[in-house]
Design a protein around this ligand. Structure first.
Ligand SMILES: *Cc1c(COP(=O)(O)O)cnc(C)c1O
Length: 379
């Protein structure tokens, strides 16, 4: 057996084993684990220094997952199922789709958006994957596919290659992307053999999930370097999480460390309103404040987009600090820099006046407020 599979098999998955390891009462978490599975690889377990630390919080089941009093959170907050023309494929944007190719992950993040199905058997089969591939083949507008799950890099080399090869046989499909938490949670899986296989399917991009600076280690660095050396451009996705990374210094360190292992920060996500994850949510101001502390204060390369994936299926919406543009008319744009100083940029003379930013006080924004209504209204 390949070494990574042996390591993966030694993951913590049982309530009793976890309880013993961290000296906690198994009864407290039994119901949580029965509803939402747990898995912690030996590698990730080793990163935990204390059972309440930012690494532990991401993977150790908590009784509060089952005790949510808010009725706001939902099983499928992004209405992915309403946007699925075939099982496990989400077609939300004009030119790209997301295809779930497994429900297994190296670690089960307690804040997972797809908590409703991740780790559960039976959802994804070879047949549903084939249906997804057929859907892409039949839709010439799809030029980009994101393989997701679950974690696609948990599939065997041969199985993953079957998917990649089938996708590459579709002439109109330009990009293949893979979303994965494997390099930061089961880095041994990034073998030379895997990389030799992957590099045959370019242009291939990867977005890797990292949430805390302690996840950048010699092992995860080596995994990312191997992928980068195979010519795969690496981006990162980070979820803004209470008690894990919800302060500017932690986030800045994470973004800088990602660049140092050749990963370009891509997205910081506001936490979704997923049932069982309410305790991880922060205010949106927390995220905006973090962005204000990144832009200008460190390499522009280290500054990702901060987005809210709109509840109800509106897609990702970029959230920017509100006042880089102080005023805007056909003569000039008045700007504030990262240190709060004001600068003016003269406009090119133009015939028509733009209405953009006319209502800078926001008092008239009433139109287009869509909240979970997209799929109730056929128009
Ligand atoms: C995030 C996502 C994408 C990709 O979005 P990009 O902004 O292009 O990275 C595509 N489809 C779905 C359903 C998504 O959630």
């Amino acid at each position: 057996m390949e070494k990574w599979k042996e390591i993966f098999r030694k993951s913590l998955v049982k309530t009793e084993d976890l309880a013993k390891h961290f000296d906690i009462d198994p009864e407290v978490i039994r119901e949580t684990v029965a509803n939402y599975p747990m898995r912690i690889t030996p590698y990730f377990l080793n990163l935990i220094k204390d059972k309440d630390d930012p690494i532990a919080k991401q993977v150790i089941p908590d009784a509060v997952e089952m005790q949510e009093t808010s009725t706001l959170c939902m099983d499928d907050p992004l209405s992915e199922e309403a946007d699925s023309p075939v099982p496990n494929l989400v077609h939300r944007y004009p030119d790209r789709v997301l295809l779930m190719v497994t429900t297994q992950c190296p670690i089960y993040c307690r804040f997972c958006t797809r908590k409703r199905l991740i780790g559960q058997p039976g959802y994804v089969t070879k047949q549903t994957i084939q249906q997804g591939i057929d859907y892409i083949a039949q839709h010439p507008e799809v030029r980009d596919v994101i393989l997701s799950g679950g974690d696609p890099l948990l599939l065997s080399d041969d199985y993953l290659e079957w998917i990649l090869k089938s996708l590459r046989a579709i002439p109109h499909l330009e990009l293949i992307r893979i979303g994965s938490r494997v390099p930061g949670s089961l880095p041994q899986r990034i073998t030379k053999k895997l990389c030799r296989m992957l590099k045959r399917y370019h242009p291939l991009y990867m977005n890797l999930h990292f949430n805390h600076p302690d996840e950048i280690t010699p092992e995860s660095k080596k995994a990312c370097e191997r992928l980068a050396d195979a010519g795969i451009p690496l981006g990162s996705q980070t979820v803004l999480l209470k008690g894990v990374n919800d302060d500017p210094e932690t986030m800045k360190t994470l973004m800088q460390k990602l660049l140092s292992i050749r990963v370009k920060p891509y997205y910081i996500y506001q936490a979704d309103i997923t049932k069982g994850t309410d305790h991880f949510r922060t205010t949106v101001e927390t995220g905006i404040n973090i962005m204000q502390h990144l832009r200008g204060f460190t390499s522009g390369m280290a500054v990702p987009h901060y987005v809210i994936d709109a509840p109800g299926g509106g897609g990702k919406i970029a959230v920017l600090p509100p006042d880089y543009i102080l005023a805007f008319n056909d003569k000039e744009v008045v700007l504030k820099n990262y240190e709060g100083e004001v600068y003016r940029y003269p406009q090119v003379p133009q015939q028509t006046t733009t209405d953009l930013y006319k209502n800078n006080g926001h008092e008239t924004i009433t139109e287009n407020v869509i909240y979970a209504t997209k799929f109730q209204d056929p128009h």
